[in-house]
Design a protein around this ligand. Structure first.
Ligand SMILES: Cc1ncc(COP(=O)(O)O)c(C=O)c1O
Length: 380
């Protein structure tokens, strides 16, 4: 085996390397001009008023939930098809997650099923909704926003997968026209990377100021005395470094070409793979895919998913599955109970899910090879 194709990988070019090098010569190597420039460029790119960077999307989500004063009184609604960070943010503040089953055409929460959860009477608190734009396919946030009108609610979009994607009306994910805050991830395998990192976008000045305070250990400085400060709330230190911001900014400049290439790779897969279920093709034009998800009926094939993945791995093709339903993790089940039977779509999806290599540097020949390996594994 000469080459190995992981399911995801960063693309670092000379412009990224130069940008990071340059940041190291600054007098401030954290909390400096690169961070401000990255935030300004991010806000502009996604048409939001403000962007606040964080050490990760995990800390960004936590800060967003804290800024929204989420508590155990709120009805915290989200999808089971996500990474733990989505629910951890609410759970750390005492809110118990209420999961909505998913739509297997896009892997995200089913908006019709969401309406039922929203319409159940409430005696206290608000609805806190955290939709996840799974794999990079953006929800129709205008429709979600409309379905929530009535009860007091907060929407925090988990867009860890979706920088560069658009909503059905063509506006960019992160613009927060139909939500209070949106959170992005810049982890190494995400569409753009700062090695680790995240950000929260918002159009609400109150949330913006609170996010800055939460990122900086809850500190508020005195207007009259530059040495005096007070801690207003218990939070943490969630600043990214200048080197990370420099890398993030350089990668943001490459986002359009990343998005175009990702769409191209998805179309190569669609044309070559037989006997797998893809997400609906109608999403392709407006999505910057983070994951190349397919669904395979392993039971009918007579191979377990693990056997199938091993076969791929031995031929140099990496894969993964996204996600183990959140309610199946012991840390969540402790709060939610044994509820898998309530989620037939999520359970059906989980059995069949597989994520294939998708990253900027893949060539058409690479995808041709990968699909050959997969099509061979699909024959019994
Ligand atoms: C949907 C989702 N939300 C949040 C996160 C957390 O991102 P980070 O690794 O930047 O903390 C991830 C990471 O994989 C994710 O996939």
């Amino acid at each position: 085996m000469s080459k190995f194709f992981p399911y995801a990988r960063q693309s670092i070019d000379q412009s990224d390397i130069e940008a990071v090098k340059e940041s190291l010569s600054q007098s401030l190597i954290t909390r400096g001009e690169k961070t401000l420039a990255f935030e300004e460029a991010l806000a502009k790119k996604v048409s939001a008023k403000w962007a606040v960077t964080f050490t990760s999307a995990t800390t960004g989500l936590y800060a967003a939930f804290q800024a929204a004063d989420v508590s155990s009184f709120d009805r915290f609604i989200t999808t089971p098809n996500s990474f733990i960070a989505t629910v951890a943010a609410g759970m750390r503040l005492g809110a118990k997650p209420l999961f909505v089953d998913i739509d297997r055409n896009n892997g995200s929460l089913d908006v019709e099923a969401l309406k039922e959860h929203v319409s159940m009477p409430m005696s206290r608190g608000r609805i806190v909704l955290a939709p996840v734009h799974f794999a990079g396919i953006a929800h129709d946030m205008a429709a979600i926003d409309k379905s929530l009108k009535g009860p007091d609610y907060v929407i925090i979009e988990d867009a860890a997968h979706a920088i560069g994607s658009n909503y059905p009306d063509g506006t960019p994910v992160g613009s927060c026209t139909h939500s209070h805050m949106t959170v992005f991830s810049f982890h190494a395998i995400k569409t753009i990377t700062a090695a680790e990192g995240g950000c929260v976008t918002t159009n609400d000045e109150g949330y913006y100021k609170r996010l800055l305070q939460i990122r900086n250990s809850g500190i508020v400085r005195s207007a009259s005395d530059p040495w005096y400060y007070e801690v207003k709330e218990i939070t943490g230190n969630y600043h990214m470094t200048e080197m990370q911001a420099a890398l993030g900014l350089s990668q943001l400049n490459r986002l359009d070409s990343f998005a175009q290439k990702r769409r191209q790779i998805v179309s190569w897969y669609r044309n070559r793979l037989k006997n797998v279920r893809f997400f609906d093709e109608s999403y392709d034009a407006r999505s910057c895919y983070h994951l190349m998800c397919v669904q395979i009926d392993f039971e009918a094939l007579g191979k377990s998913r693990t056997e199938f993945m091993k076969e791929l791995h031995e031929a140099g093709v990496g894969s993964q599955y996204h996600y183990i339903p959140l309610y199946r993790h012991p840390a969540v089940a402790k709060v939610s109970g044994d509820i898998a039977h309530n989620y037939p779509e999520m359970e059906g999806y989980y059995k069949q899910a597989l994520s294939l290599p998708l990253y900027y540097d893949l060539t058409e020949e690479d995808v041709e090879y990968i699909c050959g390996v997969i099509n061979k594994a699909l024959t019994k």
